[in-house]
Design a protein. Structure first.
Length: 318
């Protein structure tokens, strides 16, 4: 099977390339630095350039596109950053359009984010059908990318579009998404918000690789336009995350500071007033860390995929 992976030199894309290369004809796209070859055709392409994009797909004619490239965030204090919308939205649409034009049966897999849901909710796990109210530039632009793919599907341009909404991803060698939720800037201390028993969903990188591999083995079950939340089989309390990362030694040993949620609300409101442009990121931050932020993966489980990796198996086992 001919597979094209964008963002091939990144944290997620590099692992996908390594896992899929022995079994498929793989082309990896990178932006700045070429990774090692490892039975992969590496190409440096600016995906924002329509001509380069069209030439890439005309040359490779992939059966599957895994679109993992994207801008993670724009200017931190702006929720509607234009560059984020271009990279995560319009580039996604162009890539889907050109891939379908070359190969009408192409399967387009878009690696989106659970940030599309925003920080609201009732405390229950978010489902794919729940309304999306993204706050920051990443969530806004990822949702825009999803909507552009839906547009192509409804116009019968793209027959098969699969969207994975990824929970915060981690691996033993890369724990930044966990660190941001349990440590103060500069790693000066761990921080416990309230009781620390609020829950969060996370995604082991190995589970993402297994999910994509599952789709490739069972393409018939993933036809049409479908969205799936993707995370580990169960959520973790903040206390659990703190205990595991400290026990695994992947983050430094530091004191634990308790931070009452009302104080966090007060701090974020005061900080937000200091900026001329109101920050939806600051406004939503207390909800993200002081209440449950979990995601229901029932739809993907019904397709026969079972995540086997967890915080404990990834971080505590050598």
């Amino acid at each position: 099977m001919r597979i094209l992976i964008t963002g091939g030199s990144g944290f997620i894309g590099s692992a996908l390339c390594k896992a899929l290369a022995p079994h498929h004809e793989l082309t990896g796209i990178y932006h700045k630095h070429a990774p090692p070859a490892v039975d992969i055709r590496w190409k440096r392409v600016d995906l924002r350039d329509p001509a380069s994009l069209a030439d890439l797909l005309r040359t490779d004619g992939p059966d599957v596109v895994v679109h993992g490239a994207g801008l993670k965030r724009g200017r931190w204090l702006r929720g509607n950053d234009e560059r984020c919308l271009e990279v995560n939205g319009l580039v996604t649409e162009r890539l889907g359009f050109e891939a379908a034009r070359i190969n009408p049966r192409v399967l387009f897999i878009y690696l989106s984010s659970v940030s599309v849901y925003g920080a609201g909710g009732t405390g229950e796990p978010f489902r794919e059908e729940d309304p999306c109210r993204p706050a920051g530039a990443n969530g806004v632009s990822k949702l825009y990318g999803e909507e552009r793919l839906r547009f192509l599907f409804e116009k019968k341009v793209l027959r098969n579009a699969l969207i994975f909404r990824l929970a915060p991803c981690y691996d033993r060698a890369w724990t930044r998404n966990l660190e941001r939720r349990i440590m103060l800037p500069g790693r000066i201390a761990y921080v416990r918000y309230g009781s620390g028993e609020q829950k969060m969903s996370a995604l082991a990188r190995g589970n993402l690789i297994d999910a994509v591999s599952h789709v490739l083995r069972d393409r018939k079950s993933f036809r049409g336009f479908q969205r799936f939340n993707l995370c580990d089989i169960r959520p973790y309390t903040f206390n659990e995350v703190m205990e595991v990362v400290r026990g695994a030694g992947v983050l430094p040993r530091r004191p634990v500071i308790s931070f009452p949620p009302p104080l966090m609300n007060f701090f974020c409101r005061r900080a937000d007033r200091g900026f001329p442009v109101k920050s939806p990121v600051l406004q939503s931050y207390p909800a993200k860390i002081c209440r449950d932020m979990t995601y229901d993966m029932g739809k993907l489980l019904e397709k026969g995929f079972i995540p086997v990796h967890s915080l404990e198996t990834v971080l505590l086992r050598p």
